[in-house]
Ligand binder design. Sequence first.
Ligand code: F6P
Length: 557
Amino acid sequence: MSTPIDATDTEAWANLGDRAEEFDPDLRAWFADDGHRVEKLTFTAADLLVDLSKELVDDDLLRDLLALAEEVKLTERRDAMFAGQHINVTEDRAVLHTALRRPAGDRLEVDGADVEAAVHEVLDKIYAFADKIRSGAWTGVTGQRIRTVVNIGIGGSDLGPVMAYEALKPYKLAELECRFISNIDPTDTAETVADLDPATTLFIVASKTFGTLETLTNARLCRSWLLDGLRAAGAIGSDQEAADGAVARHFVAVSTALDKVAAFGIDPENAFGFWDWVGGRYSVDSAIGTSLCVAIGPERFAEFLAGFHAIDEHFRNTELARNVPALMGLINVWYVNFLGAETHAVLPYSQYLHRLPAYLQQLTMESNGKGVRWDGSEVTTDTGEVYWGEPGTNGQHAFYQLIHQGTRLIPADFIAFANPAHPLRDGDVDVHELFMANFFAQTRALAFGRSEDEVRAEGTPENIVPARVFTGNRPTASIMAPELTPAVLGQLIALYEHITFTQGTVWGIDSFDQWGVELGKKLAQEVIPAVAGDAGVLATQDASSRSLINYYRANRR
Ligand code: F6P
């Protein structure tokens, strides 16, 4: 196992430290002094236009960041990832989500297996299945076509599918709807199936491990709901064979553990596999995306994959100085490790992307929320920042006050599209233009602010002048594309995957494991009997848990 290079030992890190001490950003002056700033700091990657000119960076600083990337061997680790080396050292696995979107025939052999052939074999199976559902050739046990597909999964087996389905709703088949169950709060299942007809509902049980408490519990709840509903309607008998027949028409699965799928009672013929070299939070473009493929169709799903691939090729082949994910990752390191930023906002000016911030929370925080490096040694600097966000313009009326005038440095990514899915007009007014005006205005206000003199010049009473001053120099990236298409969505996701990779490499951490989720799960399993009334197990709990469980049991009707 290679020892990660300690970024804090590098010359570049020392230079960045010195720079941070003197750092006095002045975007107004930087724009005034350098007429080429925008040109120099605006990049294209596939269909994405990325403007970094309102980031708190200048040429010298970027040079230091690029030197840091060299010193921590970013490109070597990138190439190791693409080649299938086991860079996920704590799980001894390759990290090959990029292989999910390589074109057919673009061979890649890993651990003696032809990865590409395997990927496309599964894709063909998913495409055939999607066509059958979409055409109505696949019917439920009563012979009716499927109208609702319910994805049952959590974490990476939910956040990607629901985010992408919501984002690409304009591309979905009108007569089909997807719903998503993730939480073990029984409300989630109850509310999701409440108005559904079992005869026209198909469930996708999505779980990489096929061992997740929430997903297996919800899958069993849904199976009972299905069988009870079909029996009540007289569609099936009460015998096991009838039940198995119904499950075979209304349940499919997605997992790396196809043996466990069979044990659950789902025919492996109706299961779509993927591999341990795909992290859950990197799996929306694997079979985990089956619900999306059913909704938008194989052709659009292929465009989605091609979008990812276009950014993979950009990340793999572009010199770092023009490499968008590498630059954005390095700039985030500057904010986190030198300017003390603890969070990062993602603000999509697209209602269809309303689940993107939640998706990016798992991608970035489950990847880089680590306290040890990939060799087990302690990290030598701060690591993963907290990602958060809401769609624009809603956020403007919620938390932008703090972003504009608060005391914290909050780097923010603004995302928008030139063409709306719904070009509505309010009389003569193009509403999308109003929307975009806000998008442009917000990054301008954050960058350039409003000085005391400017506030005074507006006739502001002296006593509130200070309250109306905007310091500016609040960093933003603006990411634009002509339209939110399947390809562009793939590009956006791949962009953030590689930004996350870049930061993880600088910090020397394994961005692809998630041991930190285990203790809570283990303790939950242990405490279940106590919650159910087992006094012996209750006695083994800490005093606070005992008191809370006693309160729960005393109040549970
Ligand atoms: O608990 C965290 C996690 O393991 C995530 O990494 C993963 O995406 C999620 O749970 C769901 O796991 P699975 O797909 O195996 O059910």
